[in-house]
Design a protein around this ligand. Structure first.
Ligand SMILES: Cc1cc2nc3c(=O)[nH]c(=O)nc-3n(C[C@H](O)[C@H](O)[C@H](O)COP(=O)(O)O)c2cc1C
Length: 471
């Protein structure tokens, strides 16, 4: 996505790692300030822990209604479930009334499991805006100031605000809002560089982020338009913000945080192998079953509620993203409604992975790695009310076909997946690379291109005769 002030990527300079220092506000330190954005319906404890395992520097809860906390709503409290892995984590609340926000902040502080409190002033959803909460607060930013001041006075935890560059160009601008937030005493601000009226579409305006950073003294986290790992150093360079926040780019790709770390060090980002994808899908789904089982306790009709089924339904949008770009994805998604157990989902996932091993092609890359992992993988059923059981998944048949020639070459030469990805940048089509992976004869021209791509990406000299013994 193009962004105002977003420069075209140049080759990363190694000193780009200097762009990112630990972010500190009051007693909170975010060692690696590439953080996971709050996303209602997505960033529950299960997904957060997967992102944290893959390098996310900090997390926010899903947005939680201050009025819901006040009304003692069980549904609201499930958003405040935190795992040990989540830290540092913000309890992220929305509301319009100063009293409700203060009570909610005090409740969150008493829970004792949050590192700071974050006030949502950017949610454009009608339900929030109609009540004068979320993004509507940006129309009258003095109300944001009042809420920040009152919450700060009521709790000892640090307080931050998540906002946008404005409601629309017709309302108070990004600098007016940011200044009110700072003057009211907020300890940190994160800014989504789009207007609320644009929801999540259109260009992110990084230039406005730069202006906010230049105006404020408190730490600023920039958000919006971070679609690739290279966007993290690009945003830091273009805006000078203290940290970056990734939302949709992490759904189906929790590896993006590690990839950003690599990009910041001027190194190529590793593409997850099929085996890694499988492992994360399974771990995420099992975390979700566990989480759903623990939150099911407060449900009104808990006797009829099957947490495993609930988790499988909740996992659907994540699965669709995890399998993006793989063959067989569409067929799986068409049958997703019928998949109500971890076992059926993982069996369907294995089928997709198997298909992609047979087909070769990018991004499925490592049969050699997948074989032992799939063989060892076991499904733990952790749903409430069911005894723990596990089942060993047999390796898909195609694994027994043996290692494909191009993978053998990669293995012999210690080449990594991203080296092969570089081949596609050399003008090789997926089809041509697939041919290589399937062990078919490659034309001299394609051999040359693969050799050139591998030489460029590893710094070593590869000739077709060194790589392809059927020359
Ligand atoms: C499905 C979805 C749910 C979201 N929920 C929240 C939320 O609860 N609180 C919030 O402040 N922002 C929310 N956002 C906005 C994100 O935090 C983020 O600002 C936005 O997606 C832009 O970042 P991105 O371009 O990296 O996705 C949500 C966005 C999406 C797509």
């Amino acid at each position: 996505m193009e962004c105002a002030g977003k420069p075209a990527h140049s080759k990363m300079e190694p000193q780009s790692k200097m762009l990112l220092k630990p972010l500190q506000f009051r007693n909170v330190t975010i060692d690696f300030p590439v953080v996971l954005a709050p996303m209602a319906g997505y960033t529950d404890a299960a997904f957060r822990s997967v992102c944290k395992e893959h390098g996310a520097g900090a997390c926010w809860t899903e947005v939680t209604s201050a009025e819901g906390i006040r009304r003692d709503s069980q549904k609201t409290f499930q958003f405040l479930k935190v795992s040990e892995l989540d830290h540092p984590i913000a309890g992220h609340i929305f509301g319009k009334s100063v009293e409700a926000m203060v009570e909610a902040a005090q409740y969150i502080e008493k829970l004792g499991c949050f590192d700071w409190i974050d006030l949502n002033c950017g949610c454009p959803v009608r339900k929030a805006v109609r009540r004068g909460a979320g993004a509507a607060l940006m129309k009258e930013p003095e109300q944001i100031g009042e809420i920040v001041r009152a919450v700060k006075a009521a709790v000892a935890l640090p307080v931050s605000v998540k906002t946008r560059i404005g409601f629309s160009p017709a309302f108070p601008d990004h600098l007016a809002i940011a200044k009110i937030v700072e003057d009211a005493g907020a300890d940190m601000i994160s800014v989504h560089a789009r207007y609320a009226c644009d929801f999540h579409k259109g260009d992110a305006d990084w230039e406005k982020l730069r202006e906010i950073k230049q105006t404020l003294n408190i730490p600023v986290i920039g958000n919006g338009g971070l679609d690739t790992p290279e966007d993290a150093p690009a945003m830091l360079k273009a805006t000078g913000v203290d940290g970056v926040m990734i939302g949709r780019g992490a759904v189906g790709n929790p590896w993006i945080f590690e990839q950003c770390r690599a990009a910041l060090a001027g190194e190529p980002a590793a593409v997850p192998t099929l085996a890694e994808r499988r492992e994360v899908i399974e771990t995420h789904l099992l975390h979700l079953v566990e989480m759903t089982a623990s939150t099911a306790v407060g449900r009104r009709r808990k006797a009829q509620y099957d947490p495993e089924q609930g988790a499988c339904m909740h996992f659907r949008p994540h699965l669709a993203q995890y399998l993006k770009g793989l063959r067989g994805r569409r067929e799986l998604l068409q049958q997703l409604n019928e998949m109500k157990t971890v076992e059926t989902i993982m069996a369907a996932v294995d089928k997709v992975l198997e298909k992609n091993m047979e087909c070769g092609g990018l991004p499925p890359l490592s049969c050699a790695e997948l074989a032992p992992r799939v063989a060892e993988a076991s499904l733990g059923k952790q749903s409430a009310g069911k005894s723990a059981q596990s089942k060993t998944i047999k390796p898909p048949q195609s694994i027994e076909y043996g290692i494909q020639p191009l993978e053998k070459i990669m293995e012999e030469h210690g080449l990594k997946n991203h080296d092969l990805v570089a081949a596609s940048k050399e003008g090789l089509t997926h089809k041509q690379v697939q041919k290589g992976r399937k062990g078919r004869r490659l034309t001299r021209n394609i051999q040359d291109k693969i050799a050139k791509a591998l030489s460029l990406s590893t710094g070593e000299t590869y000739t077709p005769s060194r790589l392809f013994d059927y020359n």
